[in-house]
Each structure stands twice: as structure tokens, then as C-alpha cells.
Design a protein around this ligand. Structure first.
Ligand SMILES: NC(=O)C1=CN([C@@H]2O[C@H](COP(=O)(O)OP(=O)(O)OC[C@H]3O[C@@H](n4cnc5c(N)ncnc54)[C@H](OP(=O)(O)O)[C@@H]3O)[C@@H](O)[C@H]2O)C=CC1
Ligand SMILES: CC(=O)C(=O)O
Ligand SMILES: [Mg+2]
Length: 758
């Protein structure tokens, strides 16, 4: 995209459909006069009086505890310099967005027209009662140092100058990892820091705490190398003044191992990079234009480890990875400060996270095949969903241990769950299934492991200890893909077509033939069929050589379901199988059936589908509340489809009077308790939260589940086949890695359950 297109797009993004990026949203009901009498006068007086008695009550009755002020005077806005408070507002709104989306923290952005240090401090102190924390942003050095130091001392809520400490934490974590990858030693690396402002000084101080040596550091400002013989140095610059006979950045860069840029765009040349030591580490962090362009840098040196502050290249070293999570941890224990211990805990947590295997959704967001720790992935990506539950606990723990937490956490598991919920990545039900799968590891065959996404799912199942994957498919392809994605674990790989599997094929073929000999199959045919992956995999489960099977990623659903139904017996008492999808919606989990198997079920089929789905719901630890949906309500239409539903409902009511099942009912009545109570108070669903929808036919069910997925972005598990005697599940063609992992977890729990019921 051309520069003028980019500029136009950025302006349009900020201007339309509403100017700006953030708005205030009420968190309480405000629909009726009664609601307003609580929200405002007279009801509001009560919390006011409670807070007047004890100001700590503001954490109980107001949004203070989750509200952070992002405050700037616009004197050092990104690398744009002193552009003033008005012009800084888009950046401050942007920080507000990042606080919210990454850590569910609410923000008021406050742009202050004041450069005098005393007055600025006075203003911040005066507004501090509103907030649970204060994030100072884009305030230039040296004023930023005094402002932060005094506010920290004089306020009892966490105060952090993001450009100093957010940047220091992230860049220190990234540098720690880069040094490890480059096989260098923190105590020996020669570091050039370009810039001697708020960010540069704090970053360098933190590197010293990680083992860097003052004598190995050369710092430059806009006038060149900061030497001891320079006059009128600020205290902070004097801390890093060198006695080496160096004058320019160009001289300083010679043989340097590390370049840290926190200055201005385009001040580093390719020649300077070429003069650096072997395997140089270059963090060009000025925003929006780095000290040297990313592409130019990597074209100049093949051995470079390169990072910028931008999101459009690998290795984004930017404080966005820090401030949301640092404040989250601090607010959650009501820390009075953000201290050195908390910062160090964040450094190590971030550095360690980069070494763990990366969730698929991160690969998807960043359009990567497989991110893994190395030169182009030295630090986690901001959209990594693990940040919210890995970083704040580390910070909260450090706050508690260092004695600055007013409300220490004791139940860490619960806290982790809460953090997951905040990001929306929690999905309680899915986590519950994952956790249960982990409690008793089962062997899961992935019948199409020679497909990249299937292999990635198997890798996650292995790494997250959800199950023990057995990989089926073309062995050489699996081995090559395993190497590509860094799946190093030694797990079984079976190729049903090769001679190596002769033995198994013969055994499986014979067992299959025995069960089908009166249905027209010959032994030769049966053995030949075992070359086909789905037959082979299903027989593995039948013969108890695997506990569960996941297949269907690469072929149309019917062509996979057919052999499965031929090979796997139905459960006792089941004449027809069905399929259910669990959708994780904003209103909670919803089980939909039959989404993929019975095109036009009869009343009898609907009864069975309801029973099997209810059993699945119970497997998730929930009570089924079943609405049998239609286009009509309780007999309002005499159509064939409405009548078959009402027939099924009548049967269930007669034979299972305690089951919470009702219909036929329209889906809006089923899902809206107030509407239901008003119009159909007699319904068994009255006062219940419906979590199962049984549809009159496959068309309606299938369309609905796909609409949920596409329009609402609802996560799903399924289609789960109901009614088979073994945990065998067929994916929809092209299922995502997440869907496959969820399905594998469910299959494992299914296997555990059957083991228990034996
Ligand atoms: N990636 C990230 O997460 C972050 C990046 N940054 C970036 O770091 C830069 C500095 O921000 P911040 O510290 O807050 O600002 P400050 O205003 O506090 O400091 C700016 C510093 O840059 C120096 N400088 C300016 N031009 C040059 C030059 N040509 N060569 C060497 N030094 C120069 C100034 O020198 P002098 O002292 O002589 O005026 C000053 O020391 C900005 O580009 C900002 O975008 C900042 C925070 C986070
Ligand atoms: C990222 C940031 O805070 C800055 O560049 O100022
Ligand atoms: Mg900043």
C-alpha cells in the first residue's frame, strides 16, 4: 500500500463511523424509572454515604478498582516529539483501547495542558481519587523522571510511566531471549543505546539488573556519545556517561553486540550495522519510524536478530505487551505500587512465555504457519491469549511477596479462571473439558495427521497434555511436517498403506470380516479396506489399541461418516445415531441437534436425539433444559413438522416427567425468559435457562449452527456423534485447529466416561 493510501486509511479509521476510538458504556440496567432511581438520585446517595464513611468502599461501589488514567502532556508523543496535549489524544485513546482489549481495564485518557513539573504533579494528584491506577504516557525526559518519582511517593495507587518501565520490561525480556539465541553473554555484550530519554534510561537500568555491565554500555543522545567530559549532563545521563574515546554513534556501533534504539527514525545506516560484531542484536524501537527500516536491516545482515516497535514485522518490542498486564496484576491485588520485584517478575514471565509452543490462533492472527522461539520470534505477540493469564499472576505474586498488595490473592486457580473470562478466551465449558481430559490421559488417533492443521492440533493435544496422539498418514509427510512445526515429541506414527503395518492390517481385516461376513464382505476385501485410513483408525479403536478417533478434516462429511458407521457398533438400545454441536455463545453454552446426520427425523427419532443430547450435556456437568424449537408455539400451527415435535414432547412428558423439555416453541421465546414467562407461564422451561435446542430437521439445525459460527464468531465443539459405542468423532471438512483440539478433548473425556461406566 502506498504511503498516501496508508495515511488516508489511518485518518478514515479514526474519523468514521464515529470520531475517536473509545466510548463509555454503562454496566448496569437503565431501562426503567426504577433502574434510574437506583443509578442516580435518590439511590446513588447510599454508596456516596458508605464511601464518605470509608473511602475504601469506592472499590466496592464504583468502577475505581478497574479504572486507569492514561495521562500525558504531549511532550514526547511516540517519536513525534513535543506535539502538545491535543495532538497526543489519539495515542492516549489508543492506549485505552489496548488496556481494554488485552486486559479488560477501563481507561479515561487525560491530556493535560501543563509542562511545569510541580503544576503537572498537582493536577494528577488532584484527580487521582477517580482512579485505581495511573499510567503516565509520552512525557519527555528529564521531567518524566521527577514527575513519576514524586507521584509514586505521594499517591497510594500504582503509578507507572509506561515509556520508562513498560518499555524496559518488554525490551529486557526480548533482549534476554535474543542474547540466548545469539549465544552471547549478558555480562559481556557491548551495548549501544541510542537515545537518553525516559525510555532509554529506564531500559538501560533494567539491563544492568539483568547482568549487563556499565563499562560495556555506550549511550548517545541527539548530540552524540554521552562522555564523562561532557558538561551540563542531567543526573540520569551522567549515570551512563562513558570514559571511552568515542564521539559519534557511528564510532560507538563498531563491534557492538547490541543496538538499542529509543531515539528517532532513520538514524542508523547499513554501514553502521555492517560494523557491528557477529550475530548482532538490533532493537530499533522508535515509533512510528524505527532507527533503521526492518527490511533494510535484514537485507544488510543475514546474521542479525532484528526487532522494531511496530506490529508489521516479526519481533514487535513495544510496551503494549506490558502495561495492560502489569496494571491487571497490580489492580487485582490492590497494589500500592509497581515496584522492582513486580517488574522483574514480568520480565521473566514474558521471556519464558516466548519459549512455549504458540497457540494456533496466534499463528492465524499473524498469518504465520508456525511461530516458534528463534530469531524471528524472541518475544510473545500482543494477541497471544496466554498473556492475560500468564503475566498478571506473576506480577500479583511479586506484589504480594514484596509486601505492596492490600488484597492478596489466595486461590490462584480461581484467579487464572477469572483472567481467562476477562479476555473472553476463557470459555468455561471448553476449559472444563480440557481439564477433565488432562486428568486421565487417553490415546487419540488422528487419522489425517499428514495434513498440517491436523498435525498442529495433535501437537497441541500432546503439549497441553490433553491426550496422547497417535499419528496416522503418510509417514514421510508427517515427519517433514513435524520438523517444520517443531513437533519434536516422540509419538507413534502409523502408515496404514505400508508393509510395516501388514500385521495390524491382517488382524484388523480378520476382525472386521468376522463381524461382516454375513453382510457380503470377503476376507480379502476386508483386509484391503484396512489400507484406508478411516477403516484402519476405526479398527484401532474397536480393538482397544486406541481410545478415541478424530477424523474428517480432509474429506466431505458423508464420505467419512459412512465407513465409521459401518465399523463402529451403535450403543446398546440405539437404532439411529445423531450429531450435536456445542456453541459457546455470548449468552452461554448452547447444544444444538441434530446438526449433521438425520435429514428429517421422525417424532421417535427426536425423542432419541433429545435423550442422547441430554446425556452429552450432563457429561459437561450441566443440567439439560431442552427447547424443541419450531416456527410455531405450543400448537399454534398444525403443520406436520410442528405436530411431530409436539408428539415427541408429549411422549417425554408422559415418560420422563422430571425432564426439563418443552415445545414446540419458537427460538426467541425459548431463549428469552421474560418473553416466555409473559406468554407461556405454563411451560416447563419457565424460569429455566435453555441450553439445548432440538430442531425439527437437519436443515434448520445445520444452518443455525453455521450462522452462530460465522455471524457471532461463536466457538464450537462438534459435530459430536451421539449413539456410537466408541468415542469416534468426525470433523467438518476444513475444521480449524482449535475445533480439532476441542473435539479431541471431548473424545478423551468421552473415553474416560465409558471406562467408568463399564
Ligand atoms: N517501542 C516502544 O515500546 C517504545 C518506543 N519508544 C520510542 O523511543 C523514543 C524516545 O521516547 P522517550 O524516551 O519517551 O522520549 P524522550 O523525549 O524522553 O527522549 C528522547 C531521546 O531521544 C534522543 N534523541 C533524539 N534524536 C536523537 C538522535 N538523532 N540520536 C540520538 N538520540 C536522539 C533525545 O536526545 P536529547 O536528550 O539530546 O534531546 C532524548 O534523549 C521515541 O521514538 C518513542 O517512540 C518509547 C517508548 C516505548
Ligand atoms: C510505544 C510507545 O509508548 C511510544 O512509542 O511512545
Ligand atoms: Mg509512549
Amino acid at each position: 500500500m502506498s504511503d498516501s493510501r496508508k495515511r488516508h486509511e489511518a485518518l478514515l479509521y479514526h474519523a468514521k463511523p464515529k470520531p475517536g476510538k473509545i466510548e463509555v458504556v454503562p454496566t448496569k440496567k437503565y431501562a426503567t424509572q426504577h433502574d434510574l432511581a437506583l443509578a442516580y438520585s435518590p439511590g446513588v446517595a447510599e454508596p456516596c454515604l458508605e464511601i464518605a464513611k470509608d473511602k475504601n468502599n469506592s472499590y466496592k461501589y464504583t468502577s475505581k478498582g478497574n479504572l486507569v488514567a492514561v495521562i500525558s502532556n504531549g511532550t514526547a508523543v511516540l517519536g513525534l516529539g513535543d506535539i502538545g496535549p491535543d495532538a497526543s489524544k489519539p495515542v492516549m485513546e489508543g492506549k485505552g483501547v489496548l488496556f481494554k482489549i488485552f486486559a479488560d481495564i477501563d481507561v479515561f485518557d487525560i491530556e493535560v495542558n501543563e509542562t511545569d513539573v510541580d503544576k503537572f504533579i498537582q493536577i494528577v494528584k488532584a484527580i487521582a481519587p477517580t482512579f485505581g491506577g495511573i499510567n503516565l504516557e509520552d512525557i519527555k525526559a528529564p521531567e518524566a523522571f521527577e514527575i513519576e518519582r514524586r507521584l509514586k511517593a505521594e499517591l497510594d495507587i500504582p503509578v507507572m510511566h509506561d515509556d520508562q518501565h513498560g518499555t524496559a520490561i518488554i525490551s529486557a525480556a526480548a533482549l534476554k531471549n535474543a542474547i540466548e539465541i545469539a549465544n552471547k553473554d549478558f555480562s559481556k555484550v557491548k551495548i549501544v543505546v541510542n537515545g537518553a530519554g525516559a525510555a532509554a534510561i529506564s531500559c538501560t537500568r533494567l539491563y544492568l539488573r539483568l547482568g549487563a555491565k556499565t563499562e560495556n554500555i555506550v549511550m548517545c543522545d541527539s548530540k552524540g556519545v554521552i562522555r564523562k567530559d561532557r558538561e551540563n549532563l542531567t543526573l540520569e545521563k551522567a549515570e551512563f556517561a562513558t570514559s571511552q574515546d568515542l564521539h559519534t554513534l557511528e564510532e560507538a556501533m563498531q563491534n557492538a553486540d547490541v543496538f538499542i534504539g529509543l531515539s528517532q527514525g532513520n538514524v542508523v545506516t547499513p554501514e553502521m550495522l555492517l560494523s557491528m560484531a557477529k550475530n548482532p542484536i538490533v532493537f530499533a524501537m522508535a515509533n512510528p519510524v524505527p532507527e533503521i527500516n526492518y527490511d533494510l536491516a535484514i537485507a544488510t545482515r543475514k546474521d542479525i536478530i532484528m526487532a522494531t516497535g511496530r506490529s508489521d514485522h516479526p519481533n514487535q518490542v513495544n510496551n503494549v505487551l506490558g502495561f495492560p498486564f502489569i496494571f491487571r496484576g497490580a489492580l487485582d491485588v490492590r497494589a500500592t505500587k509497581i515496584n522492582e520485584e513486580m517488574k522483574m517478575a514480568a520480565v521473566h514471565a514474558l521471556a519464558d512465555l516466548a519459549k512455549k509452543s504458540v497457540p494456533e490462533q496466534v499463528n492465524i492472527v499473524y498469518d504465520e504457519v508456525s511461530l516458534s522461539f528463534g530469531k524471528e520470534y524472541i518475544i510473545p505477540k500482543p494477541f497471544d491469549p496466554r498473556l492475560i493469564y500468564e503475566i498478571p499472576p506473576a506480577i500479583a505474586k511479586a506484589a504480594i511477596e514484596s509486601g505492596v498488595a492490600l488484597e492478596p490473592i489466595t486461590d490462584w486457580e480461581k484467579y487464572r479462571e477469572e483472567l481467562m473470562e476477562r479476555s473472553g478466551s476463557g470459555r468455561k465449558e471448553i476449559r472444563m473439558i480440557h481439564n477433565r481430559a488432562k486428568s486421565n490421559i487417553k490415546r487419540i488417533v488422528f487419522a489425517e495427521a499428514d495434513y498440517l492443521d491436523v498435525l498442529k492440533a495433535a501437537q497441541r493435544v500432546h503439549d497441553e497434555k490433553i491426550g496422547l496422539p497417535i499419528l496416522l498418514g503418510r509417514k514421510e509427510v508427517i515427519l517433514a511436517l513435524k520438523e517444520e512445526i517443531g513437533f519434536t515429541a516422540d509419538v507413534p506414527i502409523l502408515d496404514p498403506k505400508t508393509d510395516e503395518e501388514d500385521d495390524r492390517r491382517n488382524r484388523y481385516g480378520e476382525a472386521y470380516w468376522k463381524s461382516r461376513q454375513r453382510k457380503g464382505r470377503t476376507l480379502t476385501e476386508a483386509k484391503k479396506l484396512m489400507r484406508e485410513r478411516n477403516y484402519f483408525a476405526a479398527m484401532m479403536v474397536n480393538e482397544n489399541e486406541a481410545d478415541a478417533l478424530i477424523t474428517g478434516y480432509s474429506r466431505p462429511y458423508p464420505s467419512v461418516v459412512r465407513p465409521i458407521l459401518e465399523l463402529i457398533e451403535k450403543d446398546r438400545g440405539i437404532s439411529r445415531v445423531a450429531a450435536c454441536n456445542l456453541m459457546i455463545t455470548k449468552q452461554g453454552p448452547l447444544f444444538l441437534a441434530d446438526t449433521t446426520i438425520n435429514i428429517n427425523p421422525t417424532a421417535k427419532d427426536l425423542i432419541k436425539i433429545t435423550q442422547m443430547t441430554s446425556n452429552l450435556v450432563k457429561m459437561f456437568g450441566m443440567k439439560p433444559n431442552v427447547a424443541m424449537v419450531s416456527f410455531s408455539n405450543f400448537g399454534s400451527s398444525k403443520s406436520e413438522s410442528s405436530q411431530k415435535i409436539s408428539e415427541a414432547v408429549a411422549y417425554i412428558h408422559r415418560n420422563y416427567p422430571n425432564a426439563v423439555v418443552d415445545g414446540e416453541i419458537q427460538s426467541d421465546f425459548a431463549l428469552n425468559p421474560e418473553l416466555l414467562a409473559k406468554e407461556f407461564p405454563f411451560s416447563k422451561l419457565n424460569g429455566k435457562k435453555v441450553n439445548v435446542l432440538i430442531f425439527p430437521n437437519l436443515e434448520a439445525a445445520n444452518i443455525t449452527y453455521k450462522l452462530f459460527k460465522e455471524v457471532h464468531g461463536a466457538d464450537s465443539i462438534g459435530p459430536v456423534i451421539l449413539g456410537l459405542s466408541k468415542p469416534v468423532h468426525v470433523l467438518q471438512l476444513g475444521a480449524s485447529v482449535d475445533e480439532m483440539v476441542n473435539m479431541a478433548a471431548l473424545a478423551a473425556v468421552d473415553a474416560q466416561q465409558r471406562e467408568k461406566n463399564k
